[in-house]
Ligand binder design. Structure first.
Ligand code: GDP
Ligand code: MN
Length: 425
């Protein structure tokens, strides 16, 4: 899912006419100070990462002066939240909080609903998982007509909002519901939204996730890859996405996995299907090898798509091998893979990666024909001195034997490294 950071989500909410605190995002502590000066009163300094529980992680800080804002920002930038560095902080006016509330809009996929759903609770600010079920109130939303005022009033009344505040809450929630629809959100969670001392409702936090399938309808978001990524997209991610985007036949997933391009032991990783991908990781883990990337060519993709994915996987510099991991029985015509792999290896091995270990495991429909295509198509490279001398081809006998596949890759990659080192490469 395409996810927004808090400050981005709040910008979109502001544009949709919702009340959000005055503030801006900063990438340095100096900038944080400047923003605090502009705001001219006490501020909240909030680390921007894709994770909840920032309060607990110590990256939401409330301060009184611009100097304190700078110090708080510096402290937050030095932190790491679940392995992710904090590169930005949102500096916004500190709210005068009388009470915190929870609301979220999600898709209710249950057969009897199949519609958006609003969840509301007077217990805001804490993890929604820790809110007792009887304090969480739900209402399904008509996908065409949106949240009706009477439904919003009803859900708030059930939650115990006093009568004189019902229309204020209902109109706030109905505006959010319109934003949820307008932006094609999958999830819109405001935890907390708060009532100020003077009785206004304000969005104090924002978690906004856009439906991947709708990203094409929203050029204003500037989302380059409609997919869940751990951080900013890398070049490999962008290429991988362009393969998916330009050809809808089957899956041709390709994604970066934090490969550092200098350390030994990385394998160009090309599993076929999700189960296969887990077994492939097992094969690598057992012998201390690591995947350079993640990939997946399943759902019966055409040869051209498999070819493009394999070519990218193999183009990664300094890899110690290539694993085509057709573990399990992928329910697809495997000769597409066979043709694609033959073409790629014939292009890559002789010119760029002579002697690269290539363990090719291919099982499934038309397996015998597929293995035949691989063997015949690569035979002339697989001579003892040929560029394909470390190609090994396996079929169903090894469909669950991750240990064997890992060991073959390890043995071949050691040989390959030694050979490269002896040639001074
Ligand atoms: P989360 O922990 O990642 O969900 O971060 P939140 O944005 O929800 O902030 C955590 C808590 O900070 C909120 O529940 C509030 O109780 C508290 N908080 C206190 N004062 C303020 C304020 O002025 N602004 C904001 N945004 N949060 C505040
Ligand atoms: Mn929150």
């Amino acid at each position: 899912m395409a996810k927004f950071l808090e400050y981005q989500g709040k910008e979109w909410l502001r544009k949709a006419g919702l009340p959000v605190p005055q503030g801006r995002v900063a990438s340095t502590h100096e900038e944080a100070k400047t923003i605090a000066e502009e705001i001219g009163k006490a501020v909240a300094v909030k680390g921007q990462v894709q994770a909840g529980g920032r309060g607990k992680a110590g990256i939401v800080k409330l301060v009184n002066t611009p100097e304190e804002a700078a110090a708080a920002a510096a402290e937050i930038f030095a932190k790491n939240v679940m392995g992710v560095p904090v590169n930005q902080v949102l500096v916004e006016e500190k709210l005068d909080i009388k009470k915190e509330y929870y609301c979220s809009f999600v898709v209710n996929g249950a057969r009897e609903a199949r519609s958006p759903m609003l969840m509301f609770s007077t217990e805001g600010g804490m993890d929604i998982e820790s809110v007792p079920e009887e304090l969480l109130f739900k209402v399904n939303i008509d996908p065409i007509n949106g949240l009706q005022i009477y439904d919003a009033v009803d859900v708030c009344a059930r939650a115990g909002i006093p009568a004189q505040d019902l229309s204020k809450f209902a109109s706030f929630l109905s505006k959010l519901s319109q934003a949820y629809k307008k932006y094609d959100c999958q999830t819109l969670e405001i935890n907390p939204f708060i009532m100020t001392g003077s009785g206004n409702l304000v969005c104090a936090d924002c978690k906004m996730e856009i439906d991947n399938s709708s990203v094409g309808r929203h050029p204003e978001f500037g989302i380059s890859i409609a997919r869940d990524l751990p951080g900013a997209p890398t070049e490999l991610d962008l290429i991988g996405w362009s393969i998916e985007e330009t050809d809808a036949r089957g899956t041709g997933f390709l994604m970066n996995m934090g490969y550092d391009e200098v350390s030994p032991g990385y394998i160009g990783y090309h599993p076929i299907g999700g189960g296969s991908a887990m077994m492939g990781l097992d094969a690598l883990n057992q012998v201390g090898l690591k995947p350079a990337n993640y990939a997946d060519t399943s759902g019966n993709p055409v040869g051209s798509k498999i070819y493009r994915v394999a070519k990218c996987v193999l183009s990664q510099p300094n890899i110690d091998g290539y694993l085509l991991g057709g573990f399990m029985m992928a329910n697809q015509e495997q000769w597409h893979h066979a043709h694609a792999i033959v073409k790629v290896l014939r292009e890559v091995l002789p010119t760029q990666k002579s002697g690269l270990p290539c363990v090719l495991l291919l099982c499934g429909n038309r397996e015998d024909e597929s293995l035949e295509i691989l063997r015949n198509g690569l035979a002339d490279l697989m001579t003892p001195d040929g560029p394909g001398k470390r190609i090994e081809i396996y079929g169903k006998e090894y469909v669950t034997d991750t240990k064997f596949i890992g060991q073959r890759l390890l043995a071949l990659s050691k040989e390959y490294r030694a050979e490269k080192e002896s040639q001074g490469k």
